[in-house]
Design a protein around this ligand. Structure first.
Ligand code: MLT
Length: 366
């Protein structure tokens, strides 16, 4: 029996809140959120995944609508909860996608239960344990939360979570995350900070990972920076790495368009069960109702903003690349079909940014 939609069940002596959406027979993907957020941080990924995948998102113990239970928090306990949830839902094997703390859980789960997963997506995360100074910061944070309350902690946290650009262009995203942090209890904040500080490294086991791995990281992530992602990429055989521009630690929220592009390309390349539910991901597979049409418009605006920014960078800093700007397709302004417009804009943006990226890596001093 399938528990479709939002549900609760008891796993390892605590009530866990989860969403189970998408077609019954489709390949399964499980999304694990970061600290101290909840499953709603994946809303924009669930929206695109549920067409072709059975998508499970859940609140890690103590977060969102899941109870904390009575056990001491640890990454090992979080992994046991994940496996317990998979058993409860009768899921033998799944793709796993975790951001930051979700990535620590994913790496630990793949290390200890390799047979239960067929691909993993590691977002803005690291395989290292905390350095002594990070442990010290977490201890201070626990004291400060008790002294000054959660709002101050939330205000301090969002400064590190987002790129400066996000505060300017999408302030509403920072407000949603601040509210998520403020809804987390003091007990869960403290217990999870202790669990994160005590976690073990998983770097020494990376070369044993035998399933496809995608690594995504925000270009400006200060908490788990691109260097941490690059390290994992170098040590996980066959892994793919993409650095997401215009994003810091919450790359799935700050640059949803690029994040989803990489996520969807990767999951559709995993040949789990080529059955009738596995349509290949493509922008024009959406029927164009009014809600979708407004999403297209938003995606188009986002793409145009990115093209404009890249164009300005080229004009101001790399005039030798101006010749490539002339290749901007002139169909865009007159094109009436939003799906075609998006496809054209997206491929233009991709080619422009890859030209720029290549030029920068060929001319490091420029
Ligand atoms: C997260 O987003 O899960 C946290 O930044 C993880 C951490 O503090 O190590």
């Amino acid at each position: 029996m399938r528990y479709k939609g939002n549900n609760r069940t008891s796993i390892n002596n605590h009530n866990i809140s989860f969403d189970d959406e998408g077609p019954d027979e489709a390949p399964v993907i499980i999304l694990i959120h970061g600290f101290p957020f909840n499953k709603s941080m994946w809303n924009k990924q669930v929206e695109v995944l549920i067409e072709n995948y059975r998508v499970i998102s859940y609140d890690v113990r103590g977060h969102g609508k899941s109870d904390p239970g009575t056990d001491d928090f640890s990454i090992g306990l979080f992994v046991d909860d994940l496996i317990g949830l998979m058993d409860f839902l009768n899921i033998q094997k799944a793709m796993l996608c975790g951001l930051s703390m979700g990535g620590y859980i994913a790496l630990n789960a793949v290390e200890n239960f390799p047979k239960r997963f067929n691909a993993v997506i590691l977002c803005d995360t690291t395989c290292t344990a905390d350095k002594p100074e990070t442990v010290e910061k977490r201890t201070m944070a626990i004291e400060n939360i008790e002294k000054y309350g959660v709002e101050q902690y939330a205000n301090e946290s969002i400064k590190n979570l987002f790129a400066l650009e996000t505060f300017i262009t999408s302030k509403e995203k920072t407000i949603v995350i601040k509210e998520m942090i403020m809804k987390t209890s003091v007990q869960t904040l403290s217990a999870t900070l202790l669990a994160l500080a005590a976690r073990k490294e998983t770097c020494s086991k990376l070369n044993k990972i035998k399933i496809p791995v995608l690594i995504l990281v925000g270009e400006e992530d200060k908490i788990t920076p691109p260097s941490a992602a690059t390290f994992m990429h170098k040590n996980i055989p066959g892994s793919k790495l993409h650095i997401i521009e215009h994003a810091a630690h919450l790359s799935n929220i700050e640059n949803t368009y690029e994040f989803n592009e990489h996520l969807m390309k990767f999951v559709s390349s995993i040949n789990i069960k080529p059955d009738k539910f596995m349509k290949r991901y493509q922008v024009d597979s959406f029927p164009l109702d009014s809600e979708r049409a407004s999403k297209y418009e938003q995606m188009e605006r986002d793409l145009n903003t990115k093209i404009l920014k890249t164009t300005l960078i080229i004009k101001n800093k790399y005039p030798e690349l101006i010749k490539y700007l002339e290749e901007m397709p002139d169909t865009i302004s007159t094109e009436k079909d939003p799906k075609i417009t998006l496809t054209v804009l997206s491929s233009y943006y991709e080619s422009l940014s890859s030209i720029l990226k290549k030029y920068k890596s060929d001319h490091p001093a420029s």
